[in-house]
Design a binder for this molecule. Structure first.
Ligand code: ADP
Ligand code: MG
Length: 310
């Protein structure tokens, strides 16, 4: 459960089960002020989408691919959505905020730095942003982000805006900024939620329960109290296997609860797991595969343009 002090915005990631039910107020270790411990109700679709700020035609769209769970297809989706938008003709910046640095690997590139070096001013924006493909640029993640997290933690004030302040001056050069995130809640994930205004949440029909999605949405609500213009825009089922009953059941439940956010599922497809090992996007590795077809459909949905790739 993510708690944010309403006075100083310090974040606490607390295991819900460890809080005695009698506790109604908590004291912030950072600023010393007390605030009520409120159980976040599971947000309704209206709660999570009503805040969305529809970008103007010339405004850069900032999309975060987020959910606290790992292994659900965040990186696969970030890379292929970004690449698909670029192939469709948009200028795209892909930002990797995970210490694993998988986005560079998936694109088969080795930038000499990325987000950390941009924020530390070790590299200029021109040096930190790596041109990975035609119209597709990468601001890489990787191990150095661990130091960046400590830097954010040490800031007395405004730590949650560190990424935003670094990306804002660059973003007008792009039509889309797509941000890949790490599993769990860490200072960088919170930073991403203070930067993007649209969230795409992959839900693996293979490994996830609906509970994982509901937990994520509760934490998102906690952020939305402090930042009004971030909203859940898309729920993307991944690793869909029609033959598996559990997949169908989860899908039906998501449709019932969050129907209008639901995107057409990405099917289980072996080429999607093989493509990164050759440093290729699914459109390069297996353009005729169901994986490529499904991600093209996602690109059409996100760009709101049915004619793309036809
Ligand atoms: N639709 C899919 N079909 C088959 N394998 C997939 C699919 N989507 C992702 N994978 C594989 O599942 C694993 C986890 O995906 P990944 O995108 O790295 O998740 P995350 O970034 O959420 O940890 C990776 O090995 C990836 O190649
Ligand atoms: Mg990942």
């Amino acid at each position: 459960m993510l708690l944010i002090c309403p006075h100083c915005k310090q974040q606490y990631n607390i295991e819900e089960g460890k809080i005695p039910s009698s506790v109604k107020n908590v004291k912030c270790k950072n600023c010393g002020q007390s605030f009520p411990l409120q159980e976040e109700p599971a947000p309704t679709p209206e709660d999570v989408i009503s805040r969305v700020v529809t970008p103007g035609d010339n405004e850069t769209r900032r999309i975060g691919v987020c959910i606290s769970k790992g292994g659900v297809g965040k990186t696969t989706t970030s890379v292929n959505l970004a690449a698909g938008l670029a192939f469709a003709g948009y200028r795209v910046l892909l930002v990797d905020t995970d210490t694993q640095g998988q986005d560079s690997f998936a694109l088969g590139v080795q930038p000499k730095g990325g987000l950390t070096e941009l924020i530390n001013e070790e590299l200029s924006a021109e040096e930190a942003v790596f041109k990975a493909r035609e119209r597709l640029w990468l601001l890489a993640g990787g191990k150095s982000l661990a130091g960046l997290k400590r830097l954010i933690d040490r800031k007395d004030f405004g730590g949650e805006l560190t990424v935003s302040e670094a990306l804002k001056p660059l973003e007008s050069q792009y039509d889309y900024v797509v941000v890949d995130t790490s599993p769990g809640w860490d200072p960088l994930t919170v930073n991403v939620l203070f930067y993007v205004n649209e969230i795409l949440t992959p839900v693996s029909l293979e490994i996830m329960t609906l509970q994982g999605l509901v937990e994520f949405l509760k934490s998102l609500s906690a952020i939305q109290k402090h930042r009004k213009d971030v909203a859940l825009k898309y729920i993307l089922p991944t690793m869909h296997d029609q033959r598996v009953q559990k997949c169908t059941e989860i899908l039906e439940k998501i449709e019932e609860l969050y129907g209008h956010l639901l995107c057409k599922p990405i099917r289980q497809n072996v080429h999607l797991s093989e493509a990164p090992t050759s440093g290729q996007t699914i459109f390069e590795f297996a353009p005729g595969s169901s994986g490529a077809e499904d991600y093209r459909e996602l690109v059409r949905k996100v760009a709101n343009n049915d004619k793309l790739f036809r």
